[in-house]
Design a protein around this ligand. Sequence first.
Ligand SMILES: [Mn+2]
Length: 250
Amino acid sequence: MSRSHKSRIFIGDVHGCATELLDLLELLQFDPAAHALYFVGDLVNRGPRSLDALRLAIEVGADSVLGNHDLHLLGRAAATRSEKELDTLDEILRAPDRDDLLNWLRARPVILTWDDLTLVHAGLHPAWNDLQATAARIEAAIDWKRDPFEQQDLRFATSVRHCDAEGNRAPRSLEGNPTPPPPWEPWYEWYKGTRTVVFGHWATRGIVSRDRLRGLDSGCVWGGRLTAWIAEQDRHLSVPARRTYQHADS
Ligand SMILES: [Mn+2]
């Protein structure tokens, strides 16, 4: 079976929930000969088994776009970012296969596009029309010797929630507000593209199933669910979190 005939399966934010990832792959009857597997990013951090989640993604031949927590891990490894209170990244940073794992993660794209779909961790800027060119530009500009969040487009793609029509981000003071006042709207309200955007990053919003939008972060690490979307069938499958691993949101 050629790659183009495989069903594409997208999995939401794993955040180190490797046990639930195994549960979900079993429920999906995941078969690498029949399925192409993609993660929306944030494979690691906050949850209990980030090392296993990362190793598993690589072992099963999956691909992923970079999420803000993946970038934070790479920043910590490069000492361009410092430890945060809720980080659960030490087991990766101390692993014997650390370099292989980090090299794999560092090589992941920021945006992946097909004729019909786009995969990005958080969201797309209203001014990004040619997504392939935008992705190439962002990826070419990454300098791993600097804090990745200093690069504004990279930061946008991996962390936006609300923005205005010009793509200006809502101020930090409004980050926790689910319905901030105008002009702030969820980034996807400004999306004019034709491809369906598959994304994660927004556990408090949860599953988004609207025209040209498939948001897959159902908050597994917060005690919610881990969700997969099978593109070829337009079908969701999910498994419950075995427990609540984190209580704060971010
Ligand atoms: Mn995220």
